[in-house]
Design a protein around this ligand. Structure first.
Ligand SMILES: *[C@@H]1O[C@H](CO)[C@@H](O)[C@H](O)[C@H]1NC(C)=O
Ligand SMILES: *[C@@H]1O[C@H](CO)[C@@H](O)[C@H](O)[C@H]1NC(C)=O
Ligand SMILES: *[C@@H]1O[C@H](CO)[C@@H](O)[C@H](O)[C@H]1NC(C)=O
Ligand SMILES: *[C@@H]1O[C@H](CO)[C@@H](O)[C@H](O)[C@H]1NC(C)=O
Ligand SMILES: *[C@@H]1O[C@H](CO)[C@@H](O)[C@H](O)[C@H]1NC(C)=O
Ligand SMILES: *[C@@H]1O[C@H](CO)[C@@H](O)[C@H](O)[C@H]1NC(C)=O
Ligand SMILES: *[C@@H]1O[C@H](CO)[C@@H](O)[C@H](O)[C@H]1NC(C)=O
Length: 690
């Protein structure tokens, strides 16, 4: 993900106000691929790691030389020193009663992956209640009816001669101590690690998310003891009840206590019907020791993200915050399968990206790359990663790992992207990395499609072997997207297929960064997307990026969907994606050709099974324009249904005004001629029965 330097010769937008556009369409056209409108998923903006996106409301894995930082924020160091075994790691943790907590390297760690622990000490003679609390990741939502499940590991490094037994109390409480839900968890002193599991149900919904998770115990029971804890985890219900699963409200509807919106799920009529998720999980910082075969702790290596949570070391993520990798490759694949989608999986292809934070990295494009002679381990790693997804469950070692995690059947996998934005190191990508990866992977998995990663400029790749699939990324301003509606029309039909894997209107026309998508930019994206419909003979997939943003801590804006612990804010661009996706159709009908500089763009598609025609009209102007459609047939019904997204210039859906612009329905009279007055800054979809 990078704001590209991609520049194209553009003509200035000529505002034509109050014009009439005549559109005629017949029966000529081409199929629209089922993959056309999908989603892009990269761990940025805290969308994935451990606690928030998939709502592990607190999971604390005490990482290598480190400690999970639950309240990570921008003022904390973003380099590898984020894993200190120091009190900094106690951010958001607090002792309860007369107890002492600290971070220690355990003398007998729960696993090699997780060497650190929270040490909890209670002096002899202490009375009352003691324990510790955690403030969650910007809070804990408490939702009536939700069953929360939790677990933690504990041990007593120097147990008393006579075993001590007692009960911990696990609860969710307000910061002032009002307990909303709790349960007891029996324990016995032992020098070996014990796993405790528990669950409780909230009976009320709290409007405030500033709540605490607490683990407490009668001080008399533990007086004089020191105990260690690690991998402390608490989950609300997850999508499809998956372990380490995803937040319900970001995955599907049916959470009446929260918001009734299906955001990402494909199988609901209210969903975006998205066919794929592009997984940018492989782009990582490889430090130089890597070239000699060492693996820095922060590297995204798929093997470190699968298997038991206790064996996942986590890493410093590409975007400068700690990833537990509790959301690992298996969980991603499971989620995608549960949503009836397919992955487009990126594999690491030897580019060395800096782990410096976004603002600095953005202007530092001079990446290095792994030398050709040293590439083989990474090619093997990519082969193993693919085998984890599709390898035979009985004969292939990685397939066996997948089967051991409960999924003997291969996952669906059709597309592999070799690298991601490897124009950081363009020369080596064209010199050897593309060829070496492509040749090796293609030989091993000839049935898969291989996508070459983004270009620095222009659209025509010069790679050998010539790729069949090519990923393009573009972040720009409204005028770029309006003028770019015909970018794909001029490309040769020579077998090359395009994936607009990332795109978003990121600034206004004056170049000012946007905090949230605004209607002007979203409508400009819609104008650009009519070009996807029209060119879907060569554009096989497209995904807006980034997908998700934690509003309390993020590295990039604007984003498709913003969220807090208990709210979800779909942007104006989300609704554009949703409408294109819902009204995608399966056949594009050629219509009157427009011009790139026009303020009005359109596309016409048909859904064969339902015999419905979708007339998408995008008016990017700040005043209305009229479009006259002349159909090649008389509609089967005069009752036309329309859906429109429109709002005054500058409108954004924000945390304080989340529904500033949402689509609404209308009806119109359908005839052989349809005259539609498209309001200023609007995307309309007119549905006509054939
Ligand atoms: C971020 O963390 C620093 C260091 O722990 C702390 O001083 C600061 O108050 C935190 N800021 C926010 C907004 O939480
Ligand atoms: C990590 O970042 C901090 C703050 O920017 C800096 O002081 C420190 O030197 C860095 N450490 C390393 C190992 O890069
Ligand atoms: C703790 O346990 C002791 C001994 O059983 C009991 O006397 C005391 O009341 C308990 N304290 C609390 C706070 O429950
Ligand atoms: C909604 O979710 C609950 C809990 O997962 C489930 O029991 C219920 O059947 C679901 N309702 C619908 C209409 O899907
Ligand atoms: C969500 O849907 C349920 C069931 O249809 C309804 O009772 C509830 O009021 C809705 N909640 C919101 C926030 O719209
Ligand atoms: C990758 O990260 C390591 C450790 O944080 C750092 O020393 C190294 O400079 C980074 N590599 C690049 C190419 O930025
Ligand atoms: C708009 O129409 C669609 C069907 O085309 C329907 O599914 C949806 O519920 C309607 N929305 C509203 C807000 O009425």
């Amino acid at each position: 993900m990078l704001r590209t330097a991609l520049t194209l010769a553009l003509t200035a937008t000529v505002a034509v106000y109050g014009a009439t556009f005549d559109v005629t369409f017949g029966t000529a056209g081409h199929n629209v691929p089922s993959t056309l409108y999908g989603l892009m998923f990269e761990d940025i903006n805290h969308k994935a790691d451990g606690r928030e996106f998939f709502d592990r409301v607190v999971t604390v894995a005490f990482m290598p030389n480190s400690f999970k930082i639950v309240h990570s924020n921008k003022s904390l160091p973003v380099n590898a020193t984020i894993f200190p075994c120091t009190s900094a790691a106690l951010n958001s943790w607090a002792a309860l009663g007369r107890a002492t907590i600290s971070v220690v390297k355990s003398s007998s760690p729960v696993s090699t992956a997780l060497p650190n622990a929270l040490s909890f000490s209670v002096a002899s003679g202490t009375t009352g209640t003691v324990g510790f609390t955690n403030a969650g990741f910007f809070g804990f939502p408490v939702t009536a009816g939700f069953i929360y499940t939790g677990s933690f590991f504990y041990r007593t490094p120097s147990p008393p001669a006579r075993e001590v037994s007692g009960t911990f109390t696990a609860d969710l409480r307000s910061t002032s101590g009002t307990v909303f839900t709790s349960t007891t968890v029996p324990f016995t002193t032992s020098s070996t690690w014990q796993l405790a599991t528990f669950s409780f149900t909230a009976s009320s919904t709290q409007t405030s998310v500033e709540n605490l998770f607490a683990l407490s115990v009668n001080a008399t029971t533990v007086a004089g003891l020191t105990m260690e804890f690690t991998l402390i985890s608490l989950f609300p219900p997850t999508f499809n009840n998956r372990a380490n699963g995803f937040r319900l409200d970001l995955s599907e509807v049916n959470v009446s206590q929260r918001q009734n919106i299906t955001l990402l799920s494909s199988d609901s009529p209210e969903g975006t019907a998205s066919p794929f998720i592009k997984l940018n999980v492989a782009v990582i910082n490889k430090s130089l020791p890597d070239l000699e075969g060492e693996t820095p702790a922060e590297r995204w290596a798929w093997e470190n993200t699968v298997g038991d949570l206790v064996d996942r070391p986590g890493r410093l993520g590409t975007w400068g915050y700690v990833n537990t990798d509790g959301l690992g490759l298996f969980e991603y694949l499971q989620w995608i399968e549960d949503m009836d989608m397919q992955p487009i999986m990126a594999v690491y292809a030897g580019a060395i990206l800096s782990s410096i934070p976004y603002r600095a990295r953005r202007f530092s494009l001079d990446g290095e790359s792994v030398a050709e002679d040293d590439l083989q381990p990474y090619i093997t790693e990519a082969i193993n990663q693919i085998n984890f997804v599709i390898g035979d469950a009985t004969t292939n070692p990685q397939g066996q790992m997948r089967a051991a995690m409960g999924h003997p059947d291969p996952f669906t996998l059709n597309y592999i992207e070799i690298g991601n934005e490897d124009f950081f190191s363009p020369a080596t990508y064209t010199d050897y990395r593309w060829a070496d990866f492509f040749n090796a992977l293609h030989a091993e998995f000839p049935q898969l499609h291989y996508i070459a990663t983004s270009a620095t400029s222009g659209f025509v790749p010069t790679l050998t072997p010539a790729p069949t699939f090519w990923d393009l990324h573009i972040y720009s301003n409204p005028n770029f997207f309006i003028n770019g509606a015909f970018n794909f029309d001029i490309l040769p039909r020579n077998g090359l297929q395009f994936f607009q894997g990332e795109y978003a209107c990121m600034t206004n026309n004056a170049g000012t960064d946007l905090s949230f998508p605004f209607i002007d930019g979203s409508i400009a994206e819609a104008a650009y997307m009519t070009g996807f419909d029209r060119n879907s003979d060569i554009v096989f997939a497209a995904s807006y990026a980034p997908l998700l943003q934690h509003i309390s801590n993020f590295q990039w804006s604007p984003d498709l969907i913003s969220f807090s612990p208990n709210t979800v804010i779909p942007s104006t661009s989300y609704y554009v994606q949703k409408l294109f996706s819902l009204f995608k159709g399966d056949f594009y009908l050629t219509s009157t050709t427009n011009t790139a500089s026009s303020p009005v763009q359109w596309s016409v598609t048909r859904d064969t099974a339902s015999n419905q025609y979708f007339l998408k009209v995008v008016n990017t102007a700040t005043s209305a324009n009229t479009v006259v459609f002349t159909l090649s047939f008389t509609p089967g019904s005069t009752a036309g249904t329309g859906t429109i997204l429109t709002a005054p210039s500058g409108t954004m859906n924000t945390p304080t005004n989340p529904n500033a612009a949402v689509p609404s329905n209308f009806s119109f009279t359908a005839g052989k001629t349809i005259t539609y007055n498209a309001p200023a800054l609007s995307l309309s979809v007119l549905t006509v029965v054939g």
